[in-house]
Design a binder for this molecule. Structure first.
Ligand code: NAD
Ligand code: USQ
Length: 404
């Protein structure tokens, strides 16, 4: 299959490119290195040292004999997108090529507008290019569980059956996203739904939870193939950050009450899910939605899990309650359906099996690269004063068994 991977220099995109290439698919990757430039802007970096895309492709080709084409350019440039689609003629388009950070999108008006333009315009260009040059291709689009927010009812997989004034219909599930970034994903979902209804395209919107893990079967071949791993306040997710903080001896940055609950999955399960989705496309005219995660945890549960695992390795780990820089529900109902990918054959990895080997041990390997100043949160959802550090409210010192 000819598989076009948009955002192929990123955390998930690079891992996916190797995964599909190793399975004999013809892979091309698109990227404009925006993620690397955003780190330059903020003075932060991936914990794992990553080679340039071209160097990684050369290493991949020398180790496996598989070719991988690269297209360097911006999805916001129509002429570029048009050229890629005409030239490569993809059968599947896996779209990771967006700004993925909620905090980055909340820094100020400029970062909010940048995130909206980049994500929404890029995806619109992809949809028009599919309409004009690859109408039978399958779009596998990375959305997010955060599109739904935290409603006080069960979350369905994309659609909900509603009875209203005696009439019934199945409609897109209501969306209440919690950041400017998450909002862009909602806008994308509407645009994709429109393109399927009106132009007869086929698409799967993968509403993914938070991904963790550094290792995949492909990165294990050679450290020069490593993918990025971020832990700074803008691009690091809570679990990545907790692992780095535990190793660096910095109290874990738990925001607010800590009962914010989300869906999580191992990076190897992202690869499985995207492959299962790709091999089982929907019919023309349909936008399918899968909720892509395997386990759900509160941030407090994550902090305790990291504390326990790191304590067993000899680290002393404190947990600090920070005043919450975000506006979000800190206690809420959360029950999201996620059976569609399991029905297609997904075999989940569990956090308890991954945390030490694929995360804390790897973080330890690269601990000299930790930039401590990048960890303390400064970006706030509301205040105009971004420079004042968010304060610690309470520190919890661990007992010998790692519980409090
Ligand atoms: P990432 O930033 O590592 O990868 C995205 C890549 O896309 C980067 O290499 C970036 O340079 C590129 N890119 C962005 N805008 C572009 C443009 N206009 N033109 C060309 N290239 C562009 O992010 P990631 O963590 O790999 O996430 C990939 C996708 O999955 C994102 O859409 C994200 O929203 C979604 N997602 C990620 C997670 C997670 O936990 N990592 C969870 C749910 C959803
Ligand atoms: N949090 C902390 N401490 C931290 C960082 C975050 O307690 O140091 C809390 C946040 O307040 C939030 C929860 O942890 O309640 C999750 O935050 P996160 O930064 O781990 O993840 P999030 O901002 O939701 O974004 C990540 C990815 C994004 C993806 C999303 C999936 O960066 O690309 O879309 O997860 S989901 O959460 O399902 O929307």
């Amino acid at each position: 299959m000819r598989v076009l991977i948009l955002g192929g220099d990123g955390y998930l995109g690079w891992s996916t490119a190797m995964y599909f290439s190793r399975r004999g698919h013809e892979v091309a990757v698109v990227d404009n290195f925006l993620r690397r430039r955003m780190h330059l802007e903020r003075g932060t970096d991936s914990l794992t040292p990553i080679l340039s895309l071209h160097e990684r492709v050369r290493v991949w080709q020398s180790l496996t004999g598989q070719n991988m084409a690269t297209y360097i350019g911006d999805l916001q440039e129509w002429a570029f997108v048009e050229r890629v689609f005409k030239d490569f003629q993809p059968e599947t388009v896996i779209h990771y090529g967006e700004i993925p950070s909620a905090p980055y999108s909340m820094i100020d008006v400029h970062h909010a507008v940048q995130t909206h333009q980049n994500n929404v315009v890029g995806t619109l260009h992809v949809l028009f290019a599919m309409r004009d040059y690859a109408p039978n291709a399958h779009l596998v689009k990375l959305g997010t569980m955060g599109e739904y927010g935290t409603p006080n009812i069960d979350i369905e997989e994309g659609y909900i059956e509603i009875e209203h004034n005696g009439r019934k219909d199945t409609l897109p599930f209501p969306k209440q996203p919690g950041s400017m970034y998450h909002l862009t994903k909602v806008h994308d979902s509407h645009n994709i739904h429109f393109a399927c209804r009106i132009w007869g395209l086929r698409a799967t919107d993968l509403n993914q939870g938070v991904v963790y893990g550094i290792e995949t079967d492909e990165t294990r071949l050679d450290d020069r193939l490593l993918t990025r791993f971020d832990y700074d306040e803008a691009f690091g997710t809570a679990l990545n950050r907790f692992c780095v903080q535990a190793v660096a001896g910095i109290p874990l940055t738990l925001y607010g009450k800590g009962n914010q609950t989300r869906g999580y999955l191992d990076i190897r399960d992202t690869l499985q899910c995207v492959e299962l989705t790709t091999l089982n496309p929907p019919p023309a005219g349909k936008m399918r939605v899968f909720n892509q995660f395997t386990e759900q945890f509160s941030v407090t549960e994550l902090a305790y899990a990291v504390q326990k695992a790191a304590t067993a390795l000899g680290y002393t780990v404190e947990i600090a309650h920070y005043e919450n820089p975000r506006i979000e529900m800190e206690e809420h109902y959360y029950n999201a359906k996620h059976t569609a990918l399991l029905d297609l054959g997904l075999k989940p990895h569990l956090l308890s099996d991954t945390l030490v080997e694929s995360m804390i041990n790897r973080v330890t390997q690269f601990k000299d690269r930790i930039i401590e100043d990048a960890i303390v949160p400064r970006i706030r959802w509301k205040s105009g004063d971004q420079m004042q550090k968010v304060q610690v409210v309470e520190k919890l010192v661990p007992s010998s068994n790692g519980r409090h």
